[in-house]
Design a protein around this ligand. Structure first.
Ligand SMILES: *Cc1c(COP(=O)(O)O)cnc(C)c1O
Length: 231
């Protein structure tokens, strides 16, 4: 794993890059939150973030995240990986937000578990706006009915949408198209339901410029901060 000094240099570079994209696309850097993705890295990755004043991280796998949570207190955790419904009970109350809600079954389980624990769980709806067969998420056409169900859940707070662009390192138009589709969907749903749906979690190390261009409010960055992961 990289040294803390190297991490700080990477962080600085990413922040500069974000700043440049923001000025290029007429966004304020305050509107684009950086969520470091510490998946597959030791718990020190989380400590580095905390030391640098970043109080939240993203993790993919429930078990890995829970293990790290017990070692580093006072950090907000966002679940960004696919959630199996049999793990819902382990997750509720442990993650500030679940970004990957994409089935009615999951919605119902999260609602039931949050209700039992008398808390309100924040969620994002994952949409496969790039129609990538290898990705989870609702289809664009399913999102309206789904949002209606989510808004009817007393113990959920639906804050916005999340997507992962199809992997296409040589063609940035693929990610751009997926991100603009998510943005348009969000604008349409916001108008139709008259709700806050402000969070647009989109953009990773390889496509954060396209995401910022399309209106991302949260970029999830692993590799650019911590280096290449094994496997
Ligand atoms: C791993 C992961 C990221 C970070 O990807 P990088 O390319 O390493 O920046 C972001 N979002 C999700 C959902 C991920 O699984």
């Amino acid at each position: 794993m990289l040294s803390e000094d190297q991490f700080k240099r990477n962080l600085c570079e990413v922040q500069n890059e974000v700043g440049e994209f923001c000025s290029q696309f007429d966004r304020s850097p305050d509107e684009v939150v950086l969520l470091p993705v510490t998946k597959k890295w030791p718990v020190d990755a989380v400590r580095f973030c905390k030391d640098a004043g970043i109080g939240k991280v993203g993790e993919n796998r429930v078990q890995d995240a829970l293990a790290k949570q017990s070692e580093v207190p006072d950090v907000e955790w966002e679940l960004i990986g696919h959630l199996q419904s049999n793990k819902v009970n382990q997750v509720i109350g442990k993650f500030e937000r679940i970004q990957t809600v994409d089935s009615i079954k999951l919605l119902q389980k999260i609602q039931a578990s949050a209700e039992r624990r008398e808390l309100r769980q924040k969620i994002l709806i994952q949409v496969n706006s790039g129609e990538d067969p290898a990705k989870f998420g609702l289809l664009i056409d399913e999102a309206e009915d789904f949002l209606e169900r989510a808004l009817g859940c007393s113990h959920l707070i639906t804050e916005g949408l999340m997507t992962i662009a199809p992997y296409a390192p040589d063609d940035s138009s693929v990610a751009r198209r997926a991100f603009f589709k998510l943005r348009e969907l969000r604008d349409r749903l916001k108008e139709a339901f008259q709700v806050d749906l402000d969070e647009l979690s989109m953009g990773m190390s390889g496509d954060l410029g396209e995401a910022i261009e399309a209106g991302s409010t949260m970029i999830r960055v692993g590799t650019a901060l911590f280096g290449q992961r094994d496997g």
